[in-house]
Design a protein around this ligand. Structure first.
Ligand code: G5P
Ligand code: MG
Length: 246
């Protein structure tokens, strides 16, 4: 069993690999399952970190799960490494059961407040999730592509935790080191310009039907803008109201 801390005080919450969570003395929201979507580099990780901090939801990122498999050179990691590095989508037949099993494991601990980042990325993933763990909110970050391309060039991550930095926007306290552990930061293999281009192209080709899907389920909430510091207060206000109604 893996225990992991993102911010705040660690408690005995069994955590799946790549699961980050915030814990404090207050209760966590129950029966809330939010998915957060948006183009690569739109700030899903950045905004999620703030949501997790302010609303005490458990957090799972499909990208973090995959990068951890790659870094640990698991059989699955070796298989998907070239796909992720090229900016292509990992086949749903491999990823969907893994993500759904992670959510089931978390639910079995009694925690029922989750934020899922980067999943679904296709209608078949959305349909499958709807059958197993239907989200009650789908957040879409609508950020222009021109804004994104510049951001990604200066992104660094702390691979084990998934914490995200940016040399211009959100630099680490010590250059090249994670603020919490002091471990080395790295650049993502898929942040090379060719892969970023591919990721944006794929995003554009797959997202419309997914947004339509969640619009029809009446759970879609879109937040538009170019700066996370402007978008997040809108998300926060919305969530304060949304959680009161749950
Ligand atoms: P991921 O890991 O899900 P992407 O491509 O969806 O990757 P990414 O790149 O992680 O998304 P993000 O989380 O939306 O971007 O953005 P972020 O990291 O928070 O912010 C980007 C940078 O901008 C950071 O450096 C941040 O500090 C900075 N920043 C944030 N806000 C601002 C701001 O306001 N101003 C400025 N100047 N900077 C800012 O998926 C990776 C791969 O995994 C596979 C695919 O291969 C995918 O390409 N994968 C899947 N495959 C199939 N199905 C799925 N469901 C899959 N999920 C993952
Ligand atoms: Mg991310």
């Amino acid at each position: 069993m893996i225990f992991r801390q993102i911010r705040g005080v660690i408690t005995e919450v069994p955590v799946i690999k790549s699961m980050r969570f915030f814990s404090s003395s207050g209760p966590r929201p129950k029966n809330v399952f939010i998915v957060i979507m948006g183009p690569p580099g739109s700030g899903k990780g950045t905004i999620s970190e703030r949501i997790v901090r302010d609303f005490k939801l458990l957090y799972l990122s499909s990208g973090d799960v995959l990068r951890n498999h790659i870094s640990n050179q698991t059989e699955f990691g070796v298989q998907i490494k070239p796909i992720v590095a090229a900016g292509k989508l990992v086949p749903s037949s491999l990823l969907t059961p893994m993500i759904e099993a992670d959510i089931s494991k978390l639910k079995s601990t009694g925690d029922t407040g989750f934020l899922l980042d980067g999943f679904p990325r296709s209608v078949d993933q959305a349909e499958s999730l709807q059958r197993t763990h239907p989200p009650n909110l789908a957040i879409q970050l609508d950020v222009p592509f021109e804004t994104i391309i510049n951001r990604i060039k200066s992104r660094y991550i702390h691979l084990p935790s998934g914490r995200v930095y940016n040399l211009d926007y959100n630099p680490p306290k010590v250059t090249g080191k994670d603020d919490v552990t002091g471990e080395a930061l790295t650049q993502r293999e898929d942040d090379k310009p060719e892969s970023v281009k591919k990721r944006l192209e794929i995003y554009q080709s797959v997202m419309d039907p997914i947004l339509e899907y969640y619009k029809n389920k009446q759970v879609l909430q879109v937040f538009s803008g170019t700066e996370s510091n402007v978008i997040y207060p809108q998300v926060k206000r919305f969530l304060e109201d949304f959680l009161k109604k749950q």
